[in-house]
Write a protein that binds this ligand. Structure first.
Ligand SMILES: [Mn+2]
Length: 220
């Protein structure tokens, strides 16, 4: 990992404190990587900060329902009032698997209302400068892969099973079971580390099989 990226990770990490309230956002029409990166971070931070929630602009596909804490995700277009309240009280806002406030749709209107620090963790090109810290790497397979680097840089190699499972799902779904975006050997090293930490390989792979089957159905 580039030294500059490590530096930004550590600078952003200085804001993560035990009395913090954090909200983690993923992109509209969430996929496996959006849930993987956001829920992966949530399962790490819930042992570190006072409160942490995942808020998504709209619903995620039914086949990601099994993911740890997926049912606790706050869907902004359904629970707008509750979501706005939580966002206004947050000290830390994380933007995962997205590079532009347009990708969170109506949520973008409320992210500047509270006194908060904004951190982006993403792999899409040309990140927009709407956050305090841009942790961006377009060479990684997925936001979940970059999230692994972020979490382990700050907190070491031991991940809980839920975090490992969520990050593995993000990597497997964004690479289409290593069919694309996975020419980098580092991806496979990280997958090995996630499996060592007890990641649920079957759940992660199953989600990808369903995505592939749905894509074939649509093309038929
Ligand atoms: Mn992604």
């Amino acid at each position: 990992m580039k030294i500059e990226l490590k530096y930004v990770m550590n600078k952003a990490g200085e804001h993560i404190k035990p009395d913090c309230k954090a909200v983690i956002f993923g992109h509209v029409n969430p996929d496996g990587d959006a849930l993987g990166s956001t829920l992966g971070l949530k399962h790490c931070l819930k042992h570190i900060v006072e409160k942490v929630d995942v808020v998504l602009p709209n619903s995620y596909p039914y086949f990601l329902d099994w993911m740890p804490d997926a049912k606790d995700i706050i869907i902004f277009d359904k629970e707008t009032k509750k979501a706005k309240q939580i966002i206004s009280e947050a000290d830390l806002l994380f933007f995962c698997d997205l590079n532009n406030p347009k990708r969170v749709e109506d949520i973008a209107e409320v992210i500047n209302e509270g006194d908060n620090i904004k951190i982006m963790i993403d792999h899409h090109p040309q990140p927009a400068e709407f956050v305090d810290y841009i942790i961006s790497d377009t060479t990684v397979s997925s936001a979940s892969e970059l999230m692994y680097e972020f979490i382990t840089e700050l907190y070491g190699q031991n991940l809980n099973i839920e975090t490992a499972t969520c990050l593995l799902t993000g990597i497997i779904t964004d690479t289409g079971l290593f069919d694309h975006n996975s020419e980098n050997l580092r991806t496979f090293e990280i997958v090995a580390k996630l499996l060592e930490n007890g990641a649920d390989r079957i759940g992660s792979s199953m989600s990808t099989s369903i995505v592939s089957a749905a894509a074939k159905d649509n093309n038929a």
